[in-house]
Design a binder for this molecule. Structure first.
Ligand SMILES: [Zn+2]
Length: 344
């Protein structure tokens, strides 16, 4: 937590330093070594109105970066021509979640949820992060609707915004519907959701929290489902093992107790709702498409996406029809705040 605020502060200070020094632009190189025209690029500073950076920042391919470095090494002048035309849109700072549902029957006040995030980074179109997750979840809903199954529990899909800035859309939704931690007074946390900040205090749950059996998420690219993370909820292992059996010949064979992080199931997990992320074939997610200019349509694997949709539809169906809701694990206790820690 303290690290998070410190890191934000450092980025602010660095951008202020660039502005004070009247730097024309900051040129960075991409992370990783895949090369071949792939450029990974994220943000250069705060997205908040009034805090946005004024110095243009660019990311170039490693081959171009090292060429500049070699020329500078030889004390040669380097001249670059830049054409940067960016705009911050401050008129509507809101982002919107998209929600839809198939109503249940005898247990219609109970929910099974599935979701993915709609937002992405600007260098590509976000086909694998997370267009892939979004379309498989929509397809799972379409399959269930087309089969006209009349589920016992209501099935609700959530397509979240603001995931890339810190799971903001799903945290906001969960805070409004299921439970929240108190706000934090640290200036770096002003107006930010605190659900995932255990230092903020204990979770207070709302009545609806007791009515959600499970939340399923897909956000690891275009590759096939190979299993599911149990998120340290051991009691669901035999249940998922049975649900997984029909999909063994499609390549889904692994249950792991492990926690996996980084995406929207964490918002549900934080308030004690069983939230799960599937294990996917990584293909080239980390090496090529994740937050890069190669995150485009051509990098999607249509057959793998069909496999994912079918498995998600199966798991959601099983959860919606089961006599009981899924077993839960306890909500994580609050952590002491930094100041209190020092006193100990
Ligand atoms: Zn993502």
């Amino acid at each position: 937590m303290a690290d998070f605020v410190k890191r934000q502060q450092f980025i602010k200070d660095l951008n202020q330093f660039f502005a004070d020094e009247k730097v024309l632009a900051v040129i960075d190189r991409y992370r990783g070594t895949s090369g071949g025209g792939t450029v990974f690029v994220q943000q250069g500073g705060s997205y908040k109105p009034g805090e946005t950076t004024t110095v243009p920042q660019l990311v170039v391919a490693i081959e171009h970066w090292t060429r500049i470095a070699r020329l500078l090494d030889q004390k040669k002048d380097v001249s670059l021509e830049l054409n940067v035309a960016n705009t911050f849109y401050d008129d509507d700072p809101m982002q919107y979640d998209t929600i839809a549902e198939i109503p249940g029957t005898d247990k219609k006040d109970e929910l099974v949820m599935l979701g993915a995030h709609l937002d992405s980074w600007h260098a590509g179109t976000g086909a694998t992060d997370n267009g892939a997750g979004t379309i498989v979840m929509m397809e799972a809903m379409r399959i269930l609707k087309a089969l006209d199954i009349h589920p016992r529990r209501t099935i609700r899909i959530g397509l979240w915004s603001g995931e890339e800035e810190g799971l903001l859309g799903s945290q906001g939704y969960v805070q409004n519907h299921f439970g929240a931690r108190p706000p934090m007074d640290d200036p770096g946390m002003k107006g930010m959701p605190t659900l995932l900040r255990r230092e903020a205090g204990e979770v207070t749950v709302k009545p609806e929290q007791a009515k959600v059996s499970a939340y399923f998420n897909v956000d690891n690219g275009s590759g096939k489902i190979r299993g599911i993370h149990l998120q340290e909820n051991e009691a669901v292992a035999p249940i998922f093992d049975a649900w997984m059996k029909p999909f063994k010949d499609l390549g889904m064979t692994t249950l792991t107790m492990r926690n996996t992080g980084g995406t929207d199931h964490l918002s549900f997990d934080a308030v004690g709702i069983p939230g799960f992320q599937f294990i996917q074939d990584p293909i080239e997610y980390e090496t090529r498409t994740h937050h890069s200019n190669m995150d485009v349509y051509d990098r999607l694997q249509p057959d793998d996406l069909k496999q994912i949709s079918v498995i998600v539809a199966g798991f959601v169906y099983d959860a919606a029809m089961r006599d009981q809701m899924l077993p839960r694990k306890p909500i994580e206790k609050a952590l002491p705040r930094e100041a209190e820690k020092k006193d100990e």
